[in-house]
Design a protein around this ligand. Structure first.
Ligand code: PFF
Length: 501
């Protein structure tokens, strides 16, 4: 009866979940946040966030996907028809993220090739904004023509991603992650060992690990810790629910969540060591303080790292190639996971084949992504990312725990479901984390974020630009979520309910 696709092996599922979790966030976000939020002292809030929110919600999402056996909209529809919109909202947020995430992977691909000749020259920041992206003299809010060096790698990224997705869960997603993730770990280990042996590495490590306990009382530090855990574990993106809907009936859910959570954090730590060793080297080589070279995001990866690569004593090109290839691999496995959310949702709701769902969903995302392959694309990407990702994912995560824990009161039955199948038993700590700690913390975090955004327009952009591409884009995902939920199912949503209850 049940012809839902399935993972081939337990390791295959874990690799895919870890592949989704390990993304650009681990490499370019975690190290800087840890450094800026108290160094070694940051590990305390980080660990608390992992244990009180990250892993408990991961267990929740694994259990929901497994119990209700559906994409995010189908899973929430099976919780209650009144919750379906949330599944769609998360899927649509993921859809928007996929449109620009692909572009960043495209940049990394281009830079992997630039590494062969260190084409970025001495002024790496100028090269990025001017020669490469053509953003420097483009007015914010205008697009100003397609940039071929962004457009061509973007096409390659989509060909690989959609190629993987066309092949399905086992032969596509699982098989790709079996290659991507081990390859990523090996490449990244080489980078870390090389970085650790550079002159000045200890300066960077000191900056990353020296604890500044005075920061521990600052609410920003705690918000950053919870935000990083959410983002990094791909929670509330509809991803983990979708992936766990492909688990076989007999699957250990709790243990899988712990393995995924700890693997992701281990990689995060590894990235911190690698990135800060390299930054320490750079600070020493240019005779400046570490604070002058430390950065995150696009600036770290595409301006600071090329500068570090220029300075390296030997094998600069190889190091550059390995670094940018790592970004590509980490990014691709996350892009595959986020794209699978809407492909699965379309398949479930409209009863269409995978091939059709990939062609329509993936094709549309690829088409929209061309908007960011323009000269003004960077600004657009930055604003959409801030609102849809930082704001949207946090808000939808908050709504998720409130609906599951308080409105539909499903925590107890999900606890029973997970405990029937898993080695580790979920006790009352899990219930308390989900019903009290996470809603309170996430609620506080989102109120503060929304407030900050209102009193202080993000990134100094013109307010009209922020409203159109930030607030309106976020609002549209929500409205579209309700519209999708209002449509009739071409499939029988309740068929499974009878089976599980
Ligand atoms: N866990 C991912 C990361 O740390 O980069 C978050 C993510 C972003 C997942 C974008 C998927 C994605 F498309």
């Amino acid at each position: 009866m049940d012809n839902r696709a399935q993972w081939g092996t337990r390791a295959g599922f874990i690799l895919a979940a870890v592949g989704s979790a390990i993304g650009l966030g681990n490499i370019w976000r975690f190290p800087y946040i840890a450094y800026a939020d108290g160094g070694g002292a940051f590990f305390l809030p980080y660990l608390i966030a992992l244990l009180t929110a990250g892993i408990p919600i991961l267990i929740l999402e694994f259990t929901m996907g497994h119990k209700y056996r559906g994409s995010s909209p189908l899973t929430f529809a099976r919780v209650s028809k009144k919750a379906e919109w949330l599944g769609w909202w998360q899927v649509l947020i993921s859809f928007v993220i996929s449109t620009y995430y692909a572009v960043i992977i495209g940049w990394a691909l281009a830079y992997a090739f630039f590494s062969f000749k260190l084409s970025w020259g001495d002024d790496t920041g100028g090269f990025l904004m001017g020669d490469y992206l053509g953003a420097a003299d483009t007015e914010i809010g205008t697009l100003g023509g397609i940039v071929p060096n962004v457009f061509i790698p973007l096409i390659i990224v989509w060909v690989i991603t959609l190629g993987v997705l066309f092949k399905g869960v086992k032969k596509g997603i699982e098989a790709a992650n079996r290659i991507f993730i081990p390859a990523l770990v090996v490449l990244f280990m080489i980078i870390v060992v090389r970085a650790l042996t550079l002159d000045g590495a200890e300066i960077g490590l000191n900056a990353l690990f020296k604890p500044d306990w005075s920061r521990i009382g600052d609410s920003k530090v705690w918000i950053d810790a919870y935000g990083q855990i959410f983002f990094s574990l791909s929670i509330a993106f509809a991803i983990m629910i979708t992936y766990s809907s492909y688990l076989p009936k007999k699957s250990d859910l709790t243990n899988n969540a712990f393995i995924t959570g700890f693997s992701n954090s281990s990689f995060e730590l590894l990235a911190g060591i690698g990135v800060f060793s390299a930054l320490g080297f750079m600070a020493k080589a240019s005779g400046v303080d570490i604070s002058e070279v430390a950065a995150d995001g696009v600036g770290l990866a595409f301006a600071v790292f090329p500068a570090i690569i220029n300075e390296m004593p030997a094998f600069n090109e190889v190091f550059g190639f390995l670094f940018f290839t790592s970004l590509v691999l980490a990014g691709l496995s996350s892009l595959v996971s986020i794209s699978e959310t809407y492909i699965a949702a379309f398949q479930d709701k409209f009863n269409i084949s995978r091939t059709k769902a990939v062609a329509i969903g993936g094709g549309l995302s690829a088409l929209i992504s061309i908007l960011y392959a323009t000269k003004g694309g960077l600004y657009l990407l930055d604003v959409v990312d801030h609102f849809v990702l930082s704001m949207g994912v946090g808000l939808s995560g908050l709504v998720e725990v409130i609906l599951i824990a308080w409105v539909f009161r499903k925590v107890k039955s999900l606890q029973g479901h997970a405990n029937e199948l898993s080695d580790i038993r979920l006790g009352s700590w899990w219930v308390i984390c989900l019903t009290v700690i996470t809603p309170l913390l996430l609620g506080f975090m989102m109120i503060k974020n929304v407030y900050t955004d209102i009193i202080q327009p993000y990134g100094g952009y013109p307010v009209s630009f922020l409203v159109t591409y930030g607030w309106v884009a976020l609002g549209l995902t929500l409205v579209a979520g309700f519209l999708f939920a209002a449509r009739r199912w071409n499939n029988d949503v309740d068929a499974h309910n009878k089976e599980v209850s």
